[in-house]
Design a protein around this ligand. Structure first.
Ligand code: F6P
Length: 474
């Protein structure tokens, strides 16, 4: 059997299987794949070094080998904080108003991709399958080909692919997309992003797209498909039985003092729609004074990418907005929003999800959104909570039994909160059963096997794409 080489910007530090509860679901899934295929996981250590040396730090823990490199300050500024997170991230989340185009970012991005290729290429054997992840490493496949690699190389994009008309606002967009033709397989989270990629290839590169998703541009053919990522549902449901999850459940229920609990959990990012969500919640409080004092909204938002100024800005905005809403509506014995800038281990989150009556997950644009799936997996089947989900999250394609909302509409968010809080038990159970069935069936193992088997040529494409979301969910 071929080995599997996973390459991503960040590498999750290997932990013994007994301590996996502290790792993210994707990291656990990729670690399992690496154990099965005896492969290795290559990427940036997250550390800075004075001068780039390409020195590889190899670690082996519980059957998983990781190989990491440190980057120098200029690389981190131009590649990670620059092109990846100030150019591609906003553009790919449809925020061309926030995208910054700076020649040095593009040069740094190319340089780091070359450095990745140069360092990892000698570790790759001729039969290995190579799986490159995400927007940080779009041109890596081409860089590896230039170093003579003939292996099967696949690329999976964890975030959305923007519509053609937005994509062309990126300077040298053709150069970036043409570099992707070096892959054998390109995976997207949903049929919608896949379709946007196809449009781009047809209109900008004069390419053709066959019914099975094979893209042809000149001499090159690449297979493309949607592979929606899932969670390890079985493992997440078992996390619910741990003491840490039970303690978190009790803590939140006790502190809610009999009130209904609404929860939101997101990395602090403008794409998550937290500002718009707060406005929607405010509208709900304004228009439904009977609910004041009877509901508690917990928003957990650990800060991220603090060196990028748009992230500083969203943080300031949310600090001010949560303060204004609390100032306007709070009583001595009731605070409308509890806004927490701290991350929690998965077991703690599982307990919080279980304790919540409603999850308010309203990104403006999101590749998938695994919080929505974790919330569903954490529920009590006899008395499940209600999921309110943005129709612009990739997860909405598979989760049509959620209350789907337009996150930009304060009224829609407010109405959805009212419906969720008032929803009778029978309807909650019916919706939850529809949701959990897909969360369990299309889990992370299904995702990983689907991609790797397609890359290895053992599976035909496309893999049953989810039907589109109806034009108007309201
Ligand atoms: O969604 C894209 C992504 O790279 C995720 O895979 C990851 O969880 C998140 O962004 C974290 O971003 P960063 O590595 O910049 O902290």
């Amino acid at each position: 059997m071929s080995r599997l080489i996973v390459i991503s910007n960040r590498v999750s530090t290997p932990r013994p299987r007994s301590a996996e509860g502290t790792q993210g679901g994707l990291a656990v899934a990729l670690s399992a794949a690496l154990r099965e295929y005896r492969g290795l996981w290559f990427g940036w250590s997250g550390e800075m070094t004075e001068t780039f040396t390409g020195q590889i730090n190899l670690q082996r823990v519980d059957g998983v080998t990781t190989a990491t490199i440190d980057l120098e300050e200029q690389d981190i500024d131009e590649y990670y904080n620059g092109y990846a997170n100030r150019t591609l991230w906003p553009l790919f989340h449809y925020r061309i108003d926030l995208a910054e185009y700076d020649r040095s970012f593009g040069a740094g991005y190319e340089r780091v991709n070359e450095r990745f290729a140069e360092t990892v290429a000698p570790l790759i054997e001729p039969d290995d399958l190579v799986w490159v992840h995400d927007y940080h490493l779009v041109p890596l496949g081409q860089q590896l080909r230039q170093r003579g690699l003939k292996n099967r190389i696949g690329f999976f994009l964890h975030i959305p692919w923007p519509p053609h008309r937005l994509m062309v606002s990126l300077p040298h967009h053709q150069r970036l997309v043409r570099s992707m033709l070096a892959y054998d397989l390109i995976g997207f989270q949903t049929a919608e992003w896949l379709e946007s990629f196809h449009h781009y290839v047809q209109r900008e590169l004069g390419g053709t797209v066959a019914a099975d998703g094979t893209v042809t541009v000149g001499e090159r053919t690449v297979r493309t498909a949607a592979f929606p990522i899932g969670i390890d549902a079985a493992e997440f449901e078992s996390v619910m039985t741990t003491d840490a999850a039970r303690d978190a459940f009790q803590t939140l229920r006790r502190s809610a003092e009999g009130k209904k609990v609404i929860i939101g959990v997101d990395r602090l990012d403008y794409s998550k729609g937290i500002e718009e969500r707060f406005h929607g919640y405010r509208r709900f409080l304004e228009e439904h004074d009977d609910w004041r004092g009877r509901v508690s909204f917990l928003q957990i938002a650990p800060p991220s990418r603090g060196e990028v100024h748009t992230y500083e800005h969203i943080r300031d905005t949310l600090d001010a907005l949560s303060g204004r809403i609390n100032g306007a509506f709070a009583h001595v014995d009731w605070v409308p929003i509890r806004y927490v800038n701290q991350g929690y281990p998965r077991a703690g989150l599982a307990g919080f999800y279980r304790a919540a009556d409603v999850a308010l997950i309203t990104p403006l644009r999101d590749g998938m959104n695994l919080v929505a799936k974790e919330f569903v997996a954490a529920q009590d089947s006899a008395d499940p909570g209600v999921l309110i989900l943005s129709r612009f999250a990739g997860a909405a394609h598979q989760m049509k039994d959620a209350i789907l909302v337009n996150p930009y509409s304060k009224d829609e968010v407010s109405d959805a909160i009212v419906s969720a809080l008032a929803m009778p038990l029978g309807e909650r159970v019916r919706r939850w059963e529809g949701l959990i069935e897909a969360v369990r069936r299309e889990d992370v193992l299904w995702w990983r096997r689907g991609f790797v088997q397609a890359l290895a040529g053992e599976r035909k494409l496309p893999i049953a794409p989810s039907p589109p979301i109806p034009a108007n969910a309201a």
